[in-house]
Design a protein around this ligand. Structure first.
Ligand SMILES: [Fe+2]
Ligand SMILES: [Fe+2]
Length: 255
């Protein structure tokens, strides 16, 4: 069994009016490119981690169209809530409706063969220095130079709450030293300088050897593979940006 990741699929099968290529040519027909790469690389016994921003749908009944697409891809998928998951009201409701090959995480963990997978969404925060990685364009999320003190206060509150959830999730991990630990977050837990943050300290104390995340899009061309491979390995953890535009729609092998 191999472990893969591909994040931020931003599927539009349920919302065809949402044209993703307005965010860049890499997104044109992205569902077709994802399906081609996924079928080429991933075997039915493999596991693919999908840490958030899965579907543009607003309601769970619509998101099921996108989840069925994901279900048709080979392997078991482990999903996590991103900031665009308007259809994800409660993990209980999501789990009741998931197709059988998809499992949902929400500040808890799953044992899959020799892996112990855990994680939570996190949030953006100025201690996570990522603004200089982005080729900002008019379609990008809120630009750093437009953030207000109110935004920063709100972010601190949500980030602190997410850190507490991650901490509780790590404290609840079972003591099974033979399992390899991997953490999923939607937001990046550290910046390109790999400097410590409150999030990275928690992850590095958890025994995880890998942390995979998404959320970042439109990375500057000079930081794209093969010239760079964000973020890097530090203090025993390999931090992997798995956003599908960064990975050219191909799942990345974690182990
Ligand atoms: Fe996101
Ligand atoms: Fe995203």
């Amino acid at each position: 069994m191999k472990l893969w990741a591909l994040s931020d699929l931003h599927l539009t099968l349920a919302t065809p009016s949402k044209a993703m290529h307005v965010f860049g040519e890499v997104w044109r027909d992205h569902e077709r490119h994802i399906a081609e790469a996924w079928h080429r690389l991933v075997a039915p016994e493999d596991v693919v981690l999908v840490p958030g921003d899965i579907s543009w749908a607003s309601r769970l009944e619509d998101a099921l169209t996108d989840l069925e697409y994901l279900h048709r891809m080979p392997g078991t998928k482990v999903i996590l809530e991103g900031n665009h998951e308007r259809w994800w009201q409660s993990v209980g409701e999501v789990r009741q409706n998931l197709p059988p090959s998809i499992r949902a995480l929400s500040a808890d963990h799953l044992e899959i063969e020799d892996w112990l997978v855990f994680g939570t969404r996190l949030w953006e925060h100025e201690e996570v220095a990522v603004d200089d990685l982005i080729a900002w364009n008019r379609m990008s999320d809120k630009r750093p130079d437009t953030r207000t003190d109110q935004d920063r206060e709100r972010n601190e509150k949500i980030y602190a709450r997410e850190l507490a959830r991650l901490d509780r999730c790590i404290q609840a991990l079972p003591n099974r030293p033979w399992l390899k630990r991997v953490c999923m977050t939607h937001y990046p837990p550290l910046g390109r300088d790999l400097a410590e943050t409150r999030a990275s300290r928690l992850i590095e104390s958890s025994g995880a050897g890998i942390c995979v995340f998404g959320h970042l899009h439109s990375i500057k061309p000079q930081l794209q593979p093969p010239r760079a491979d964000l973020m890097g390995t530090i203090r025993g953890v390999r931090y992997v940006l798995a956003s599908c535009d960064y990975r050219k729609m191909e799942p990345i092998l974690l182990g």
